[in-house]
Design a binder for this molecule. Structure first.
Ligand SMILES: Cc1cc2nc3c(=O)[nH]c(=O)nc-3n(C[C@H](O)[C@H](O)[C@H](O)COP(=O)(O)OP(=O)(O)OC[C@H]3O[C@@H](n4cnc5c(N)ncnc54)[C@H](O)[C@@H]3O)c2cc1C
Length: 328
């Protein structure tokens, strides 16, 4: 059934439309369909960790390829009749069908525009009682010519995810944001040989630089020309003045852009970086609209954290659609 914007349908096509089929969205889908909701997952198939071959730290799946984790999750969902996963489909807009924003999710209705791959794909619209944003982040890396060749291979962004594999190596930490001091301290958990490269952009004041030096962490404020290495394995950071600093791996601090454009017009509250603000259980400020995973404040974390947030918000949605606040 296809809905129009003319009126809010009494029985929408779906109970919940989930935007994003990563660990947050798929975990929410599993728990929602098990609570007998009709669930549509729409996934653009561009996970944040697509650059890496191996994912770590997910209990029972340490070392799993990221695409395999998702495949296993979709296979589990396939055992349930009331869930559909549309891969390589993108949601372009979500609109409220009820004329006035309701106070409670129980009365909410939405129209969701989505399309398959390719410029020629036609947009179709489905209706739903609730929308879960599990659409993750896009990343911008520092503008170094070769950086993409190393990202996910020997250069990573999450120390908790990949620090163990890089332990005790001479490491670079490259970033242009002002949280490099804290990140450098974190990275020093895994190696006593760390050089922080600000690329002439990030600010690390003298007292922070002294605190880092006391731990053996060097700060290099010169602009970077490029990274050197072979087949994804980093061997050095080459500075604009010609000096080459040998390293064997490292971390980079990307800029993060939550993928939330399709929610424009719903008046959702965000933090300074655009992550959706929630009440801590996944409810946004708009009744019937929820968020889980990297797209929600405080921003990027880990696969198992995203999956946990998906499970938690699924329980909250189940309660909200009944109009009750019962705990588990
Ligand atoms: C290089 C790298 C390595 C990492 N390694 C690890 C690791 O080893 N261990 C670990 O725990 N974590 C790791 N992470 C972090 C981990 O990838 C994220 O925390 C996790 O993927 C977040 O899950 P998510 O479901 O919130 O978002 P994602 O997994 O990013 O999934 C979001 C999905 O939403 C889709 N989407 C976005 N917009 C739309 C739209 N409008 N319509 C439809 N679909 C849409 C995207 O295409 C994507 O498939 C790594 C991250 C990176 C960048």
């Amino acid at each position: 059934m296809t809905d129009t914007d003319a009126a809010a349908p009494a029985t929408p096509d779906w109970d919940v439309v989930i935007v994003g089929g990563g660990p947050a969205g798929l975990s929410a889908a599993l728990n929602l369909v098990r609570a007998r909701h009709r669930v549509l997952v729409v996934d653009g198939n561009r996970p944040r960790n697509a650059a890496t071959l191996i994912a770590h730290g997910f209990l029972t799946r340490d070392g799993v390829p990221p695409h395999e984790l998702r495949r296993l999750a979709r296979e589990e969902l396939a055992a349930y009749p009331d869930v559909e996963v549309l891969q390589r489909h993108t949601v372009s807009a979500v609109r409220r069908l009820d004329a006035d924003a309701p106070d409670a999710a129980v009365g909410a209705r939405f129209a969701v525009d989505l399309a398959g791959p390719g410029a020629a794909a036609s947009v179709r619209t489905v209706s739903t009682r609730a929308v879960l944003a599990a659409s993750g982040l896009r990343e911008t890396l520092p503008a170094l010519p070769s950086i993409r060749a190393y990202y996910g291979m020997s250069l990573f962004s999450c120390a908790a995810c990949d620090g163990w594999e890089l332990r005790d190596q001479p490491l670079a930490l490259i970033g242009e944001s002002d949280d490099l001091f804290a990140r450098a301290l974190l990275v020093s958990r895994w190696s006593s040989s760390v050089t922080v490269f600000t690329n002439g952009v990030a600010t690390i004041d003298e007292s922070d630089a002294a605190a880092l030096a006391a731990r053996g962490i060097r700060v290099d404020r010169r602009p970077i020309a490029d990274l050197d290495g072979d087949r994804g394995t980093l061997s050095a950071v080459r500075l604009a003045d010609g000096e080459v600093v040998p390293v064997t791996a490292g971390f980079v601090r990307p800029l993060w852009h939550p993928a939330v454009e399709y929610l424009d017009g719903l008046g959702l509250d965000t933090d300074g970086d655009g992550h959706l603000l929630t009440d801590g259980s996944g409810r946004t400020n708009a009744a019937g609209v929820y968020a889980a995973g990297d797209v929600a404040a405080p921003g990027p974390q880990q696969l198992i954290v995203a999956a946990g947030a998906g499970a938690r918000v699924a329980a909250v949605i189940t309660h909200d659609l009944l109009g009750v606040t019962t705990a588990h």
